[in-house]
Ligand binder design. Sequence first.
Ligand code: AMP
Length: 373
Amino acid sequence: MDKTIGIFGGGQLGRMMAQAALPLNIQCTFFEANADCPSVALGQVISPKAENGLNQFIQSADVFSLEFENTPLADVDVLTKQKELYPSRQALAIAQNRLLEKALFDELGIPVAPYKAVNSLESLEQAVTELGLPIVLKTTTGGYDGKGQFVLRSSNQMQQAWLELGPAGSLVAESFVNFSREVSIIAVRGKNGEVKTWSLAENHHHNGILSHSIVPAPKSLDLQPVAQDYITRLLNHLNYVGVLTLELFVTDKGLFANEMAPRVHNSGHWSIEGAVCSQFENHIRAVAGLPLGSTDVIRSSVMVNIIGQHPKTEDVLALNGAHLHLYNKAEREGRKIGHITLMPNDSIELTRLCRQLANILPQPLALTQDMNI
Ligand code: AMP
């Protein structure tokens, strides 16, 4: 092996990073408490609970990255005294805190919904007065997949919202955005400052969890350069190395940033088959200091998450143009356990494939309604 990359986390994102690394003679190791995690088939898993675990992990690789956004900064501080981490501690710290993230968007001229910091019932009342209703109240740190959120539609919900989220300490109240669609832009920046961006993905959620992504996002030719500009501002400002994701709302006043993720992203899984170079391979290339690959789209695709329960492998593979990725995870309600990328020849075949897929997946899939491509 030419190089070893140590990854904080050992979930499916780590698994797919390591799958992309192997053909480049790059080995991955993982810092992860679950010995049976999705990445275990691809490299050594070192537990944070093991004696001297963090030090073992630091010694296990040449350079480091992450697939887990809530990687403890205390661990990162120990690591960065000895080895390099990409993306940087600064990028990670900002992405872990919604207030720091929004302040950075403001500083770089990236539009965000009006917001206020909230740390008491009084400051929540103040935010409601200033921002008006509805507002979305979110925990400043630790939220994911719509968890740690409360949508306030009437002022008599303030007590309840404060009771639910107040114990988290620091909150942020943001104006409710009347968006028509949610999209994400994913980009990679190399050590030499080169930036490459993939096509916008249009994202559809079910119960707060990503259900499927359509790429390129339909009717988005005018949005692509704007989103590209926003993410490039972030990448250059942070002197970022690796893959960064920016989630955006499409509104009649243009794009508004929701949040960024300092890592490869679920809405970029299509790129394994659908782009010349995937988000996983380009992330590995960037972290290893190698030239970046083309992010061009090979063919339009739809990525569907498998949530909670597995479909029959035979049924999925019988669909012409379907690529199945299973993460070796146990079935559990609301859990992402795999994904399927559909790469049909044209929109007629796409509609047919989506219908067939909806029939064989155990989960509900409102896919065919979205297929206005
Ligand atoms: P987040 O955890 O910030 O990604 O939010 C999860 C989901 O909640 C988003 O994908 C949106 O569907 C919705 N959401 C978040 N913030 C807002 C907002 N300010 N206005 C309307 N919907 C929102």
